[in-house]
Ligand binder design. Structure first.
Ligand SMILES: NC(=O)c1ccc[n+]([C@@H]2O[C@H](COP(=O)([O-])OP(=O)(O)OC[C@H]3O[C@@H](n4cnc5c(N)ncnc54)[C@H](OP(=O)(O)O)[C@@H]3O)[C@@H](O)[C@H]2O)c1
Length: 333
C-alpha cells in the first residue's frame, strides 16, 4: 500500500512517500480503507522523536493518528462492525499509521462515522474530540454554569472544546489572535482575549477550570485565573507523576516527570488549585457519543484546509507553522 513513512527522526526530511506491506489483521481488529486522515501536532512530535520515551516506535513506520474510512475486513472476534461500514477512529498509540491507504485498528477504538459528515470532516474529529471530551467531561467534570478558560480557541482542540463546553452549559473564555476574535466568538466563547494585546491573567478571575494547550508561561500564569479548588488541566505542559504511573513508566522516566512538573505542581499548590497532565486515549465508545452530538447539530467540525494525499508532507509543514484555524486534513482517496 502507499503510505507516508518515517525513516529517521528529526524533521520532514525523514518522511517519504513509499510502499509498505498491507497491515496485519488481528482477531479483534477491523481493516479500514482510509479515505481521509487529519494532521495533529502530535504527528510532528513523533516525527521529531520528542515522544520516543513514551511511544518507542521501530523505524521505519507510517505516520498519522486520525482517520475516517470504510471497513473492508474484520477479525474473527469482531462483533460491532462489518465490511462496508463507514467509520472514524484515533488508533492506539502503538499502532498508528493513518497517512496510508489501509490501517488495522482495534474494534474498541472505532466508531461509526457521524452521518452528517464527509470523510474529510469526520477525519478531523477523533483526536481533538476525544481530547476535549476527556478533559472537559472526564477530568474536569465540567458542569452547567461553571467557568472554563480554553487556551488557543482557534486551534484543533480549542475549536472542539469551546463547542463542547458551551453544550455542557459552561461559560467559556478563550485566547486567540486579533484576526480570529469574532470567529471564535461564533463557536460559543463569550469572553475572548486577544493574546497579542492583552494578558488573560490580568482579566480573568475565579474560573473553575483551565484547559491549557500551550504550556510554558501560559500554563504557569493560568494558575492565577482559577479560584481555590479550581482545576488546571494541561495537554501541553509537563507530564506529572500520576501520568507516569498511568503509562507504567520506568523509574527513571517517572523521576524525570516528577522533576519536570515540580515547579507547576508547587505553584498550583500555593494557589490551592490542582494541576494535572492529560494524554488522550483512544475510545470508540466516546467517539460514538461525540458522533451523536455532531449528528444532532450540537458540534460542527472546523476544517481549515484539505490537502491531497501526495501533499501529506506539505500538510505537516502547514500545521507546523502553528497558525491553523481548526483542522488540517489529507484526502487519501
Ligand atoms: N496531551 C494530549 O493528549 C494532546 C492532545 C491533543 C493536542 N495536544 C497538544 O495540544 C496543543 C494544541 O493542539 P491543537 O491540535 O489544538 O494545535 P493547533 O491546531 O496546531 O493550534 C494552532 C492554533 O494555536 C493558536 N495559538 C498559537 N499560539 C497561541 C497563543 N499564544 N495563544 C492563543 N492561541 C495560540 C493559533 O491561533 P493564532 O493563529 O490566532 O495564534 C492556531 O489557531 C499541541 O501542542 C498538541 O500537541 C495534546
Amino acid at each position: 500500500m502507499k503510505a507516508f513513512i518515517l525513516d529517521r527522526y528529526g524533521s520532514n526530511d525523514g518522511v517519504r512517500a513509499g510502499e509498505m506491506p498491507d497491515p496485519k489483521l488481528r482477531d479483534d481488529d477491523v481493516l479500514v480503507q482510509i479515505h481521509a486522515a487529519s494532521v495533529n501536532p502530535v504527528d510532528l512530535k513523533i516525527r521529531d522523536g520528542k515522544l520516543k520515551l513514551i511511544l518507542p516506535y521501530r523505524l521505519p513506520f507510517v505516520l498519522g493518528n486520525d482517520l475516517a474510512g470504510v471497513v473492508v475486513r474484520v477479525g474473527s472476534g469482531v462483533r460491532r462492525f462489518r465490511p462496508g461500514d463507514e467509520v472514524y477512529a484515533r488508533p492506539d498509540g502503538d499502532r498508528i499509521g493513518a497517512f496510508a491507504e489501509f490501517i488495522s485498528i482495534k474494534e474498541d477504538a472505532v466508531a461509526n462515522k457521524p452521518k452528517k459528515l464527509t470523510m474529510e470532516e469526520a477525519a478531523s474529529i477523533p483526536l481533538v474530540g476525544l481530547t476535549a471530551w476527556q478533559a472537559m467531561v472526564e477530568r474536569a467534570n465540567l458542569k452547567s454554569g461553571q467557568r472554563v478558560l480554553i487556551h488557543a480557541g482557534s486551534g484543533g482542540v480549542g475549536t472542539f472544546a469551546i463547542q463542547l463546553a458551551k453544550h455542557i452549559g459552561a461559560i467559556v473564555a478563550t485566547t486567540t489572535s486579533t484576526a480570529n476574535l469574532e470567529w471564535v466568538k461564533r463557536l460559543g466563547a463569550e469572553n475572548v482575549i486577544d493574546y497579542k494585546k492583552d494578558d488573560f491573567a490580568n482579566i480573568l478571575h475565579d474560573y473553575d477550570v483551565v484547559l491549557d494547550t500551550l504550556g510554558g508561561e501560559t500554563l504557569e500564569k493560568s494558575v492565577r485565573v482559577l479560584k481555590p479548588g479550581g482545576k488546571l488541566i494541561s495537554i501541553a505542559g509537563p507530564p506529572d507523576p500520576d501520568f507516569a504511573k498511568e503509562v507504567g513508566a520506568t523509574w527513571i522516566v517517572r523521576l524525570a516527570m516528577r522533576v519536570l512538573s515540580h515547579r507547576i505542581r508547587k505553584v498550583a499548590k500555593r494557589h490551592h488549585v490542582s494541576y494535572s497532565f492529560l494524554f488522550m486515549r483512544p475510545s470508540g465508545d466516546q467517539l460514538g457519543e461525540i458522533g451523536s452530538l455532531i449528528d444532532s447539530g450540537v458540534i460542527r467540525p472546523v476544517v481549515d484546509r484539505v490537502f491531497p494525499f501526495e501533499a501529506t508532507k506539505e500538510a505537516l509543514a502547514y500545521v507546523e507553522k502553528g497558525r491553523a484555524k481548526g483542522k488540517v486534513v489529507v484526502k487519501v482517496r
